[in-house]
Design a protein around this ligand. Structure first.
Ligand code: SAM
Length: 257
C-alpha cells in the first residue's frame, strides 16, 4: 500500500498540484496493491521522500538522496573507480550508456558526472518517481549533469525493442539487477539495496537472464553487468566476460560484442 502525504500546505502552487496529479497517475492501484510493505510518499515543496513503517521489522528512517551528495560523488569520479573503469575503459566519455536497471540512479549519476549521456530505465513507478525527483534537484546544482540523464518509466525489455528505431543505439548497456538478499556489501550499500527491495514488488528479485541476453543483442560495443563478488560467471549468448573489475562486495563483468 502507498499513501501519498502532502507536506506542503500551500497547494495553490500549480507545479506542486501537477506533480501530485502525475504521482497519483503513475502510482496506480495495480502497482500499489502488489507492494508488501506499507510505504508513505511524502511530497515536500522541494523534494519527495519515502516513509517506512518502522514496525515492519526493517526500522528504516525516512529516505531520500540529498542532491548535495553529487558534490561528494564528483570528487570520487576518475577512470580508476570500478564503475567508471568497467564502463569507460580507456575510451571516450561522449557516449550513450543505457542503464536498464536504474533504481534511484546513483550509478547513472556517476556515469553522467564522468561525461556519459545516460538513458535510465526503471520499471517501478515509486522508484522512478524518486529518480526523476533527484535528477530535477541535481539540475539546480549541475544543470549539465542533469541534462545528461534521461529517466524513463517502463520495462527495459520493452524499451530494448525501441532501440535502433525510436531510440539511438547505445554504445554501452549497463545492468545492476537486484541480487538475492545474501550479498556481502558494506552496511550503507546493504541498506540502500534493502530500501530498493522493500519498495519492489515480488517479481523484481533476481537476475533476468533473458534481459541480459537481449541487452547483448542491442549494445553497439559492450554490456557491463554488476554482480556480487562471489557469484558465478554467466555465459551470455555464448560469450564470457573479457574482463572483470572488482569493487567492494561486487564486481563488474564486461562483455564485448
Ligand atoms: C539493484 S537496483 C539498481 C540500483 C542502481 N544501479 C542504483 O545505482 O541506484 C535494480 C533496479 O532495477 C529495476 N528493474 C529490474 N528489472 C527491470 C526491468 N525489466 N526494467 C526496468 N527496471 C527494472 C528494479 O525495479 C530496481 O529498481
Amino acid at each position: 500500500m502507498i499513501e501519498i502525504i502532502e507536506k506542503y500546505s500551500n497547494t495553490s502552487y500549480t507545479s506542486l498540484n501537477t506533480r501530485l496529479d502525475n504521482l497519483q497517475a503513475i502510482l496506480k492501484k495495480d502497482f500499489a496493491g502488489k507492494l508488501n510493505a506499507h510505504i508513505r510518499l511524502y511530497v515536500f515543496k522541494d523534494r519527495l521522500e519515502l516513509g517506512f513503517d518502522k514496525s515492519d521489522g526493517f526500522g528504516f528512517k525516512d529516505f531520500y538522496i540529498p542532491e548535495h551528495r553529487v558534490f561528494l560523488l564528483k570528487k570520487q569520479i576518475c577512470r580508476t573507480q570500478p564503475l567508471i573503469k568497467a564502463i569507460a575503459g580507456k575510451g571516450h566519455r561522449n557516449k550513450i550508456v543505457l542503464d536498464l536497471t536504474a533504481g534511484f540512479g546513483l550509478d547513472a549519476i556517476q556515469l553522467a558526472l564522468f561525461g556519459f549521456s545516460v538513458i535510465c530505465v526503471e520499471k517501478n513507478p515509486l522508484i522512478y518517481s524518486m529518480l526523476r525527483d533527484l535528477v530535477a534537484r541535481i539540475g539546480v546544482l549541475f544543470m549539465d549533469v542533469a541534462l545528461r540523464i534521461r529517466p524513463i518509466l517502463g520495462d527495459s525489455k520493452e524499451f530494448l525493442d525501441l532501440v535502433g528505431h525510436k531510440v539511438p543505439v547505445p554504445e554501452i548497456v549497463y545492468l545492476d539487477p537486484l541480487f538475492p538478499g545474501h550479498e556481502k556489501r558494506k552496511t550503507a550499500q546493504k541498506k540502500y539495496m534493502q530500501i530498493i527491495r522493500n519498495v519492489s514488488v515480488g517479481d523484481d528479485q533476481g537476475e533476468d537472464i533473458s534481459l541480459i541476453q537481449r541487452a547483448m543483442d542491442r549494445a553497439k560495443e559492450k554490456v557491463v553487468l554488476k554482480r556480487p563478488t562471489r557469484a558465478e560467471v554467466l555465459e551470455i549468448n555464448g560469450k564470457l566476460p573479457i574482463s572483470q573489475v572488482h569493487g567492494r562486495g561486487h564486481r563488474f563483468d564486461v562483455y564485448v560484442k
